[in-house]
Structure formats: structure tokens, C-alpha cells
Design a protein around this ligand. Sequence first.
Ligand code: RIB
Length: 301
Amino acid sequence: VSKILVAGSYNEDMTVVSQVLPRSGETVLGASFFAAPGGKGANQAIGAARLGADTTFLVKLGLDPFGDRAQRLFIDEGLPAHGILRTAAAPTGVALIMVDVDGANQISVAPGANGLLMGTDALDGLLRDVSVLLCQLECPPELFESLAHRLPSATKILNPAPARPLRDECFGAIDFLTPNESELASLTGLAVTSDAEVRAASSVLIGKGVGNVIATLGANGALWTNGSQERHFPAPAVVAVDSTGAGDAFNAGLAAALALKWSVADAIELAVRCGAFCVTRTGALDGLPRLDDLQLPVRAR
Ligand code: RIB
């Protein structure tokens, strides 16, 4: 049995769609609003499960209606109940999201219960048969460090979103790091605006002990480097309506394919297709594909 453990966040996503995103201090008139399940951890866990991977999700929710709704969703999506924890100490996480007509977004998260999820919350039974660990940074980085330590033989993926400082010892535990360009810049302190700068920043992280860096580049696909090889994976051209969750769909695809023992190159190709699918749908959850969905509507950009 090969199992994925996704340990991470759930947020209730509150999304306003508007013509343009507001600048600092500005108010713009939005067009529509919707509330939907989200959170990078939840999106990645549901995404991996939808792709057919045996997935367990370790998450902490508040004792509130958002948490109730999330718990029902996880069960409906086939995620096992024993990873779903509830706490009276904090509310369920909330994300305020703004999306413009081109699909670009801005997100601010109040982590709530996500901030209380620790490695010690994972009972030994939850870790049995785990071959792939997938974490993000909406929960404390200690969560990844502790689970990575307890899963020495698992493939460990860290999606460093949102970017936050990592201890030097953390880098050596990461088999696959999946930053976008701004996360790559934050993690290295380097400017990352060109392909050459993506390469340079990725090399710095490899130098710190990361096994593979897969930089996600939006419509430009992804760049994989591991110190000895480098390869660019272009993204299919699609009509983007909302980029929310695209990184999560990518990470879900990567984890699912690695758990299914695909080669790294095939896994990244699937991940890129998952990310491209996601931007063609509104909201994170509807953008998480099943394998059948991946016949993408490809149109010239
Ligand atoms: O990656 C998209 C997610 O980021 C949203 O669902 C939101 O909850 C934020 O966590």
C-alpha cells in the first residue's frame, strides 16, 4: 500500500471577483461574492484523492459551522475521518480572496486552528504505510519538520506557500520543493523575475540540501532542477478565469503521481496539466481535476 499524507490547512474562502484588484488603500467596486471551501492543505488533499491516490489528510478545524462544513466535505471526498481534528482553542481558518477578470488573485489568510496543528497531533497509525508526505506553510513549519523526521523513508514534498522563513536544517529534509517565483524570491532573498534568476535561486536551494526544486511559473509551466539535471515543462495554453488553487492542483498532481510510482518527469507533466485545468474553473475546489478531466480545452493564448 502506498499512501499520501497531506498535513495542512483548511480555510473557508471568501472570494470577491472584481474588474481590477485594489491597490493599497484603495476601494474598488466588486462584481460578485462567493464562499467556498479552500485552504492549501485541503485543496491538495482533495486534489490527490480525486486523482485516485490513497490519501489521508491531517487537519485542525475549529468547533464552528465552517469546521462542520469542512468535516462533511472531507468525508464526502473520501478522506478518512481519523485525520480530521477539531479544537475549541481557535476558529476554523478563513481566507479573504480577491480575483480580477484576468484570473489574478490576492489572498490574506487568518489561520486560526491551522496555526495549532503540530507534528505531535499525528498518531502513529496515521503514518503507517505513508510513502509521500505533502505539506504547505499555512501551518507552522514545525509540522513539516516533525513529520519528515518521523517518516524517514517517505518522499517529502514541501510547497512553501505562503513563503515564511525555514530553519537551515529543514532544507535537507525536502525531496521536492515547489515554490512559485515570489516564494523562490522570499526563500533566497534574490530577485526572481527572469528564467536565469529562477535557475540561480533554485541552485541556491539545492545548495542548502533540497533534493529537487520545481519552480511553478504560472502560464509558463514549471522548471525542474536537481543539481545535475534541469528541464522546463511548458503549460498547455488555456483561458484563465481564476488562478486560485492552481498551485494546489499542481502539488496534488505531483504527489499523486509520485505515490503511484510515476517517473519524476511524468509526475511534473501531470502536475502542470492539473494546474492548467484549475485556472479554467472558478474557485479552488472546482478546479481540482479527476484524471478524466485532464483532456484540457486547449486554445491559443
Ligand atoms: O492556494 C489557494 C488557497 O490559498 C485558497 O483556497 C485559500 O484558502 C488560500 O489558502
